[in-house]
Write a protein that binds this ligand. Structure first.
Ligand code: COA
Length: 270
């Protein structure tokens, strides 16, 4: 039983970056800098500023306190959302960064493959983000790795055609999650009201309208102002964060100031 043999847990700053590098090696990132960016994030901490949701690196470790033999990594698509901000508005983009998450890497050491550990890692990511209220998990597979389609289908993902964009149906209308000709989108609803069919993910943020109407009915204008004021201190936190984009998955990587891969063109403050 995999659960008895391996412990699946979040990475910590005490974990060996070289072990993580070795596990990321076969993942086949289009961006060669990506593994180092993930390792950098191990050192600088995992939590994104609260309003940008949560990035996660799970490790699978042999019991008890043995070798690290697997990993899975996910992060909300913050870079893409920031690019969408002028059209969608900041609040909606921030809300989406707590509703959508992208699975970026799953890897299991040769010695531990074929025992269901890869599936367990994906399941743990799904469980963790579902618990946090995320509504859908996205991902991408290279077209030259066709064996991964049945693999992720077994994990409950829908697999889109190569290069096919994913439409996201929001209460305000439909937006398109961009595609790359060499990749196939993966999508798995995490919330009961969210469903996928024919290239469209439906039901995202469907609960927000009712919540907003309740707030509007019960919150006087001065109360709303106080809520806004409470949010302002967050801006200081966000201003100190660096972001860089992954061309592979259209993801934004969060890191501390001055870390590898961050350029002034990708720096942003909000
Ligand atoms: C994909 C990967 C994570 C699977 O890990 P794993 O622990 O061996 O997977 P599991 O034991 O949970 O599942 C094994 C299943 O995957 C299938 N599979 C995995 N890799 C395969 C391959 N290269 N060719 C064919 N089938 C493969 C097995 O046939 C098996 O299918 P089954 O469940 O129907 O029996 C692992 O092969 C790996 O690390 N690959 C390199 C990195 C990579 O490509 N990651 C995915 C993209 S981020």
């Amino acid at each position: 039983m995999v659960l008895e043999r391996y412990l699946i847990r979040p990475a910590t700053q005490d974990d060996d970056p070289d072990v993580v590098r070795a596990l990321l090696e076969p993942v086949d990132f289009m961006d060669a800098a990506m593994p180092e960016e993930i390792v950098d994030r191990m050192r600088t901490g995992w939590r994104l500023p609260a309003q940008f949701g949560t990035a996660t690196l799970l490790l699978a470790q042999e019991h008890p306190a043995g070798r690290i033999v697997g990993l899975a990594h996910a992060i909300p698509p913050v870079q893409w959302l920031m690019e969408m901000e002028s059209g969608l508005g900041r609040q909606l983009c921030l809300r989406l960064s707590r509703a959508l998450v992208e699975m970026e890497a799953v890897s299991v050491a040769d010695s531990a493959r074929g025992q269901g550990l890869g599936h367990r890692l994906v399941d743990e990511l799904v469980r963790s983000y579902t618990r946090q209220g995320y509504e859908a998990m996205l991902g991408g597979i290279h077209t030259h790795k066709p064996h991964l389609s049945p693999y992720y289908e077994a994990d409950g993902f829908h697999i889109l055609s190569p290069g096919a964009p994913l439409d996201l149906q929001l209460p305000i209308g439909r937006i398109q999650y961009p595609a790359d000709a060499s990749m196939r989108h993966l999508v798995r609803p995490l919330a009961p009201r969210v469903s996928y069919g024919a290239g469209v993910l439906r039901g995202l943020l469907a609960g927000d309208g009712a919540r907003e109407r309740r707030n509007t009915a019960t919150t006087p204008a001065s109360g709303r102002l106080r809520r806004l004021e409470r949010r302002r201190p967050d801006a200081g936190v966000v201003a100190g964060a660096g972001w860089c984009r992954s061309p592979t998955t259209d993801l934004l990587l969060c890191a501390g100031i001055g870390v590898r891969g961050m350029s002034s063109s990708t720096l942003t403050t909000v």
